[in-house]
Design a protein around this ligand. Structure first.
Ligand SMILES: CC(C)(COP(=O)(O)OP(=O)(O)OC[C@H]1O[C@@H](n2cnc3c(N)ncnc32)[C@H](O)[C@@H]1OP(=O)(O)O)[C@@H](O)C(=O)NCCC(=O)NCCS
Length: 179
């Protein structure tokens, strides 16, 4: 488990999948800037258990008392010049605005730079998703540019901002330690 001050990150296990599938199918969990695609529990399990080139790993964001309040993931995107490490996240609607996601992203950035030989971590946020942009900026990500018409969200082609943080900008862990 990765421990922060407000929240911990705990790896999602196979037995947690029904809960994650339930969250994923709840349109309020994804919010207005997320795909409304629905998955059956067995499809969800297949996505989770099939060996994927994207090598994703999911974590629950948990309060210190163990209550699950959200989800954060990291995965590799295939790119002609190599692989790009990306993160994504979501918090239960009634738990938003309490700083949980910002801390979860800070923990994840520490974890990835301490455990993976990567130069950069990236994230994308819908240009209208001010909460997500704020989370990324508070965690030290910089906006690189606009990906035009990359999302198809609720019947509309949407633009995303591409954000990244470089190892040299991170400099040292903020929450996790090297020891
Ligand atoms: C994006 C999301 C994960 C943020 O989670 P959270 O736990 O509420 O985030 P935090 O509390 O750490 O920080 C949110 C910040 O955004 C700000 N914010 C929230 N709504 C905002 C809005 N409409 N306009 C501007 N800022 C906003 C908050 O004030 C806070 O900033 P502050 O720390 O300066 O006060 C959450 O809103 C969510 O789950 N949204 C739906 C799923 C989603 O969009 N995921 C991201 C896809 S890229």
């Amino acid at each position: 488990m990765l421990e922060g001050k407000l929240v911990n990150l705990r790896v999602v296990e196979k037995e947690d999948l029904p809960l994650l599938a339930e969250w994923s199918n709840d349109l309020k969990f994804g919010g207005e800037y997320w795909s409304i695609q629905q998955f059956s529990k067995s499809e969800f399990e297949k996505l989770f258990t099939t060996e994927s080139k994207h090598e994703f790993k999911d974590f629950f964001i948990e309060k210190k008392d163990g209550t699950k309040v959200g989800w954060i993931t990291h995965f590799y995107l295939l790119h002609p010049l190599g692989r790009l490490l990306e993160i994504g996240y979501s918090v239960l609607p009634n738990e938003r605005g309490k700083g949980y996601c910002t801390e979860a992203v800070n923990i994840m950035v520490d974890y990835l730079f301490l455990s993976k030989d990567t130069m950069r971590i990236q994230a994308i946020a819908d240009v209208r998703n001010l909460a997500s942009q704020r989370v990324l900026e508070q965690a030290g990500f910089r906006r690189e540019g606009t990906l035009r018409k990359t999302g198809f969200i609720r019947g509309v082609w949407t633009d995303d901002y591409l954000y990244s943080i470089l190892r040299e900008e991170w400099k040292e862990p903020r929450i996790l330690t090297k020891k």
